[in-house]
Design a protein around this ligand. Structure first.
Ligand SMILES: [Zn+2]
Length: 433
């Protein structure tokens, strides 16, 4: 079992490199631990996932607005949020080889690497620190944000007033966050630099639990719409030990990764903690007045917090299939990096020219790929590995009746359609799923 697990992950990691999904960061310098770069297909996949999230959270809903706040923020924000005080892991150092471990992850008294003695555990804050301006002293310490959520809370009034929203309403944001994890790992599952897709929904305290239940369902369905197998998804409720100090109730959507069930997204009831703390630390009143009910209150917050890199990894793992004669990534057409390949059967008799015209016509509207290198079978296999859902092949029949072969990745079935229907057909197959 263990072997299959690492097999699947290592096969996926090597496919990612081979096809240009994910590369080790700084590879020619020996790599930088836990940092990864998205290649031509990976960056496209990531954009598609973010677009789909943004469209379903911001465009499809009348009650959510988007923002894009800065990574560097006023250091007092992290005092108010509790990160300066609480965002720590217990850390021990090996006195001999100087390796560092999370105290809660080592289960012996001695260093597992060299057998040396450990130092006493101490708190290690996971925020990346830097300095703003030219003077590197404690007055100029600033943090790389460890989550995008705080940028939303501190803009609560700005968005409320500029968009004239009424509670309940939400604010969505996609952006990078940084956590100096002691033990990152599992490829792009846990990294020190990562991208979040977070939405904070502001609600009246009464009835907030019911709204949380609705968000659980909405967010679960989002992964199903993304093409993830439902039997690989489940909810996990945080027990008292897991619950963050501010949270009233919290659920994770988990996915069954090759290395076990792990968190994909958190859906948390944060009560009135965030806005109360920012009111206290900033001195600005962040309460809300409901002018229909004539009541004033501090809004409660339901948070949906997803990791973009983690979602991308999930899509790849879920889509990865080894069949007898091929490896295929069965990514949903909605997020597949390349939507279709345009292939001349052979490079002569005007087939290449005909295919080239189709490609030129489509390329401003879809990410398409033109390939005339190698046998048609090999070209199909390359597209299978890249996760390209459709291939349109121009052959001698095309030159007679203007039809092309439409080859589907998953079923490998081939049908003929008029060349003039390609765009409509492609749009239908990408969007109507
Ligand atoms: Zn050691």
């Amino acid at each position: 079992m263990k072997k299959n697990t690492s097999d699947k992950m290592s096969k996926l990691v090597s496919l990612c490199k081979r096809r240009g999904y994910v590369f080790q960061s700084s590879e020619i310098y020996g790599g930088l631990n836990s940092c990864w770069d998205y290649g031509p297909l990976g960056s496209e996949l990531k954009r598609n996932i973010k677009d789909f999230w943004w469209k379903s959270m911001v465009y499809e809903r009348d009650d959510i607005e988007g923002i894009d706040s800065s990574i560097l923020m006023h250091p007092r924000i992290w005092e108010a949020s509790g990160h300066v005080e609480h965002f720590t892991d217990p850390l021990v150092d090996c006195k001999k080889c100087k390796m560092r471990f999370r105290a809660d992850e080592v289960n012996s008294e001695k260093c597992p690497s060299c057998g040396g003695e450990f130092t006493r555990p101490r708190s290690f804050n996971l925020m990346f620190k830097t300095f703003m301006g030219p003077v590197e002293d404690s007055a100029n310490v600033i943090y790389m944000r460890p989550e995008t959520a705080q940028g939303i809370y501190v803009n609560f009034l700005n968005v409320l007033n500029s968009s004239r929203k009424k509670i309940p309403f939400g604010i969505a944001q996609i952006g990078k966050a940084f956590r100096n994890e002691i033990t990152p790992g599992n490829f792009i599952f846990r990294t020190r630099e990562f991208e979040q897709m977070e939405m904070q929904y502001f609600v009246e305290p009464g009835g907030s639990m019911q709204i949380m239940e609705q968000w659980k369902e909405i967010r679960y369905q989002w992964y199903v719409r993304l093409g993830i197998k439902p039997e690989k998804l489940r909810f996990h409720e945080h027990d008292e030990k897991e619950l963050a100090h501010y949270a009233k109730k919290a659920f994770d959507i988990q996915y069954e990764f090759p290395f076990g069930w792990s968190e994909l997204e958190g859906i948390h009831h944060r009560a009135d903690y965030d806005l109360k703390r920012h009111t206290e630390f900033s001195g600005k009143d962040l309460t809300y007045y409901d002018d229909e009910k004539k009541i004033r209150y501090t809004p409660n917050i339901i948070e949906t917090s997803a990791g973009c890199d983690r979602t991308l990894l999930t899509c790849l793992i879920d889509a990865f299939h080894e069949e007898e004669e091929r490896i295929v990534l069965k990514l949903s057409p909605r997020i597949a990096p390349i939507k279709a390949a345009i292939l001349p059967l052979v490079n002569r008799d005007g087939m290449d020219e005909f295919a080239g015209k189709i490609y030129d016509r489509l390329k401003s509207r879809f990410k398409v790929f033109y390939d005339d290198g190698g046998s048609i079978g090999r070209r199909y296999r390359r597209m299978d590995e890249a996760g390209t859902p459709f291939c349109f092949t121009v052959d001698s029949q095309t030159l007679k009746d203007n039809t092309v072969t439409l080859r589907e990745r998953d079923s490998m079935q081939q049908t003929r359609i008029p060349e003039s229907d390609i765009e409509v057909e492609l749009r239908k197959r990408i969007e109507n799923i």
